[in-house]
Design a protein around this ligand. Structure first.
Ligand SMILES: Cc1cc2nc3c(=O)[nH]c(=O)nc-3n(C[C@H](O)[C@H](O)[C@H](O)COP(=O)(O)O)c2cc1C
Length: 211
């Protein structure tokens, strides 16, 4: 196996001039997201979400971005999962996207709030039946003895289509209301470009960070 310490890549695909970016971060994020989509980045909407439990211990996992709003971004999950319980006691989160194909990273921080029941319904019922069934059968993050019980419940819901699948009350969306967003563009020699937006007293302040 190649020595891991010898893995090396120069970043040459772009540059970032904070002064040329807009005054607020979410339109910039939308535009970067569109460019990532056009560049066929694999699982472009996959983001690493970190939460922190009541003892201050962080945990991270991948979730899927499902919308960009005026104030932040939305993802869907089980409110009783490990992350759901952590967010109940501590709403602060951080998120990171890494789009290797574009040599770009976006970091966001903020606080979550649950989206409306109507919005959770709208998204839940837009999903294919198999995904709706998956949300119903999974007590996400709980220990289970084996796979069989899940498969049996899935089989029932998938074969008997007369059963109307309802969105569980404990499944829905969170909006991350962002107050810190950083755009990173890889540059040669590790002298990368970083543009930071921080919300202070309701106004966005933009700055350039040293790599
Ligand atoms: C590509 C990818 C996408 C995922 N999308 C979601 C998602 O949108 N929502 C979700 O709850 N879990 C999603 N997961 C599963 C989570 O990473 C995680 O396993 C699950 O939410 C349980 O996390 P928790 O125990 O920390 O609550 C995804 C995993 C991967 C690898």
């Amino acid at each position: 196996m190649k020595n891991i310490a010898d893995l090396r890549k120069e970043y040459t695909k772009g540059a970032l001039e904070p002064n040329l970016l807009g005054d607020t971060p979410l339109p910039v994020f939308s535009s970067w997201f569109s460019q990532a989509l056009e560049s066929e980045v694999l699982e472009v909407n996959a983001m690493i979400l970190s939460s922190v439990n009541a003892l201050g211990r962080p945990s991270s996992r991948v979730v899927l971005l499902k919308d960009i709003t005026e104030n932040g971004i939305i993802f869907y999950t089980n409110y009783q999962s490990r992350k759901g319980l952590e967010l109940e006691s501590n709403p602060f989160v951080s998120v990171v996207f890494y789009w290797a194909e574009l040599e770009r990273q976006v970091r966001m921080e903020g606080q979550v709030r649950k989206v409306s029941e109507a919005d959770s319904d709208a998204y839940f019922y837009s999903r294919p039946r198999i995904s709706q069934a998956g949300a119903v059968v999974s007590n996400q993050s709980r220990v289970i003895p084996d796979r069989q019980a899940l498969d049996d419940k899935m089989d029932t819901l998938m074969t008997d289509t007369s059963i109307k699948i309802q969105r569980p009350n404990h499944w829905g969306g969170y909006e991350i209301v962002v107050d810190r967003v950083e755009f990173w563009q890889g540059r040669p020699g590790r002298v990368h470009d970083r543009a930071l937006y921080e919300k202070e007293d309701g106004a966005w302040i933009k700055s350039r960070l040293s790599p």
